[in-house]
Design a protein around this ligand. Sequence first.
Ligand SMILES: [Zn+2]
Length: 115
Amino acid sequence: MIIIEGEIVMRIIVYVITAIAAFIFILVFAMMFSPKLRGKMMSKQVKSMKYMMDESKDDIQSISTNMADATKDGIETTTRAIKKGFTEEDSIYCKYCGAKIDKDSKFCKSCGKEQ
Ligand SMILES: [Zn+2]
């Protein structure tokens, strides 16, 4: 009698475990194929991300400020270099009259002398 009861308990446990495994399996499949469920999961993740962002707001702010400053400096340097390239490197001055002429030109546009 005791042995039979033990068998029944064992069977119930096996059934319960199987049911839980099946439930998890179905849940995983549902998450894979249901956009609604996935959306719920995503919103949870977004919420936790938001919380993390709030927690590290100050750090991120200082980092982004530093990055913005670095980017600003970089842009200014690049702009200056481009301006320099356009204004200075493509033009030289005539050896004889001092007129501004193109770097590649062989003769001065102003006095006509060879460079
Ligand atoms: Zn000249």
